[in-house]
Write a protein that binds this ligand. Structure first.
Ligand code: SF4
Length: 372
């Protein structure tokens, strides 16, 4: 991507020098900027459709408590680079923030926290958690994003209960049944009553082997991926048994649990559909004719390319599209942690500017087989 960078170095009159450099050198076009401290720390990364106007607005901050004023107080220099469009600026800003982690960039984190995710923790005794935003825990698996953390928590509790997954603190020590050599060290009672009431397999007291527990975790993930309906069927079978034994109260409770899990499944189906529908080529007109094509699959920008202006360039584009869209995506409803922010970015971009969907087109590639 062609980029130009200009630096505003601080002199004796730090603010004045920085402002003069922006006034003299910066142009009003889409761009991304960095506020840099004297020791080289990147304090803040921002973007704008009109980067010159945006940078000059920092020098108009009146109140010392304003975020802009606080950043400028610590800044020693300003760097900026131009990008072809507002979309390119958003993407570049996001990627720079993820790489540089500037301490003043709290706004983006706050955006991600509006959404809830189901996290499947790593390790032999995984548990399901509802979290806001995604952490850097790359070993975990995330499903989402969702609105409505409270509803999600109820559904996740049902799912853990029906599959016998633990919900205790991550620090709770596990003692699987196949850890025979530790048998004499097992605690006599579990850390909570869930094992006694058959809502947890009890990996803390040798209630199951590692394989048995892992099988249930795999079932939970298959359910979340939309490829297995086992948990709902298990609950339905128990509900029928209760009805046959004339235990109508219990049958009613089980019916409510089935409904909560069905609603979770419906949410996932909707989510999968929404994410799948964010798979296309997106042609964005750029500043000074620097038009770009973005290859977006499942809401994540997999590649970008200059808009083709010749048959040769079009063929090159087709080969990239074949590579990106021609393979099967086995992710189901899960989102790799490092891609969550980008998924949120594209989702909110097309929600804010639905007419932009008119610039998208389906890639002409051999169709990958459907996921089951
Ligand atoms: S029974 Fe043991 S493993 Fe299960 S939730 Fe309770 S403390 Fe955790």
């Amino acid at each position: 991507m062609p980029r130009r960078a200009r630096r505003a170095a601080a002199g004796a009159d730090q603010l004045g020098t920085m402002k003069r450099c922006v006034t003299d050198d910066c142009t009003d076009r889409p761009g991304v900027y960095r506020m840099i401290a004297r020791d080289g720390e990147v304090l803040y990364v921002g973007k704008s459709k009109r980067v010159r106007s945006r940078l000059l607005s920092y020098f108009r901050c009146v109140f010392p408590a304003d975020k802009g004023a606080r950043i400028l107080r610590e800044a020693h220099q300003i760097e900026w680079e131009y990008v072809p469009s507002e979309f390119a600026a958003l993407l570049r800003e996001l990627r720079l923030i993820k790489t540089l982690r500037p301490r003043f960039n709290v706004a983006l984190k706050r955006d991600a926290r509006h959404f809830a995710f189901i996290k499947v923790t790593a390790g032999p005794a995984s548990k399901l958690l509802v979290v806001r935003g995604a952490s850097d825990d790359t070993a975990a698996v995330y499903y989402g994003p969702f609105f409505g953390a409270q509803q999600l928590e109820e559904a996740v509790r049902e799912l853990s209960d029906v599959l016998g997954l633990r919900d205790c603190a991550l620090t709770t020590r596990m003692h699987f049944a196949d850890q025979q050599e530790l048998f004499h060290l097992y605690p006599r009672t579990p850390g909570c009553i869930r094992h006694e009431i058959h809502r947890c397999l009890g990996p803390c007291v040798g209630g199951c082997s590692v394989a048995e527990y892992s099988e249930r975790v795999a079932l939970a993930r298959a359910f979340l991926d939309g490829t297995n309906n086992g948990p709902i069927e298990m609950l339905r079978a128990r509900m029928l048994e209760s009805s046959e034994r004339l235990e109508f109260e219990r049958a009613g409770t089980l019916r409510a649990k089935v409904q909560r899990l069905e609603s979770l499944r419906t949410q996932f189906l909707r989510f999968r559909f929404a994410v799948e529908s964010l798979s296309f080529l997106y042609a964005v007109p750029g500043h000074d004719g620097d038009d770009r094509v973005y290859f977006i699959r499942r809401g994540r920008v997999r590649a970008e390319h200059a808009a083709p202006r010749s048959a040769e360039a079009r063929a090159e584009l087709g080969a990239i599209a074949e590579q990106i869209f021609g393979s099967v995506d086995t992710c189901g409803a899960q989102v790799p942690t490092h891609e969550i922010d980008e998924l949120l970015l594209t989702t909110s971009w097309f929600r804010r500017f639905p007419l932009e969907l008119g610039r998208t087109s389906e890639p002409l590639v051999r169709k990958a087989p459907e996921l089951h």
